[in-house]
Design a protein around this ligand. Structure first.
Ligand SMILES: Nc1nc2c(ncn2[C@@H]2O[C@H](COP(=O)(O)OP(=O)(O)OP(=O)(O)O)[C@@H](O)[C@H]2O)c(=O)[nH]1
Ligand SMILES: [Mg+2]
Length: 244
């Protein structure tokens, strides 16, 4: 049997990629990622989790799933990054889940994270853009937004790390309970996942990443602020006041 069949009983890796309005880069990025993952000699699946795109992203995701047995497309209607990530994680079958972004597709992060997970040194590895050894090529406004966001998460929710968004790798079964207990969606779901993992005693480690995006973000930074603040307030209420 091929080493990378989605029907494998003991599937090793599930790469989850939320995708929204990504028709320009989706096909090329997934083909390149698929080539890269094959070099790891481990069974894998790639889950493209699309929702609400107004362009041809969904059609391209479905075409990729027909072209490659390792690619699956998960779709729904409302544009929502957190819901897409959550649905992808819940649909994943691999021993390890690798959370990706289509404009990054960072095989180097996956290799380094898997070395740590394979050695049993952590249950979750977070790729940090704000780590002292990270190299973040994003514009200054977005780097500043990351710093402000992480500062808010530290002060309001007791977050201990330096970043929550973007690349992550974790043991799927060990994080199942954490995922189930998350209450917010959109941008803040990824943060809640890491913060709850810390709170539940999951062994989390951060490693530095190099950020070189293939294109600017699909949603403007300032349009994301109202939802981030609303979900932050909800999370503070649930975690700090209701202690859930
Ligand atoms: N399904 C889905 N995917 C989304 C949505 N918004 C963004 N994404 C995907 O999430 C990934 C990251 O989005 P970007 O637009 O690059 O945003 P970013 O500011 O670089 O992301 P962070 O650094 O994680 O905050 C990409 O793969 C996007 O296609 C959404 O509403 N739904
Ligand atoms: Mg990006």
């Amino acid at each position: 049997m091929a080493s990378s069949s989605r029907d494998s009983k003991a599937l090793d890796l599930s790469v989850v990629i939320p995708c929204y309005n990504e028709e320009a880069i989706l096909w090329g990025a997934v083909v390149e990622l698929h080539e890269g993952l094959k070099t790891l000699n481990r069974s894998f699946e790639i889950l493209i989790s699309e929702n609400g795109s107004k362009d041809d992203t969904r059609a391209i995701a479905e075409k990729l799933s027909r072209a490659y047995p390792e690619v699956r497309a998960v779709t729904s209607d409302e544009p929502n990054y957190g819901k897409a990530l959550r649905r992808g994680i819940e649909a994943a079958k691999g021993r390890f889940v690798l959370c990706e972004e289509i404009d990054l597709c960072d095989l180097d992060f996956h290799k380094r994270a898997l070395t740590i997970l394979d050695a049993g040194e952590a249950d979750m590895v977070v790729g940090s853009k704000a780590h002292p050894q990270a190299h973040d090529e994003r514009p200054v406004t977005r780097r500043a937004a990351t710093m402000v966001m992480n500062g808010l998460l530290r002060v309001m929710l007791g977050f201990k790390g330096t970043d929550t968004h973007g690349l992550k790798a974790f043991d799927r079964v060990k994080l199942t309970n954490t995922v189930q207990r998350c209450v917010v969606d959109k941008d803040l779901f990824a943060s809640e996942l890491v913060i709850r993992a810390e709170r539940y005693g999951v062994r989390v480690v951060e490693i530095p990443i190099q950020i070189h995006e293939k294109r600017p973000p699909s949603i403007h930074l300032f349009k994301r602020v109202p939802n981030v603040l609303k979900n932050l307030a909800k999370l503070v209420y649930v975690v700090r006041i209701r202690n859930r």
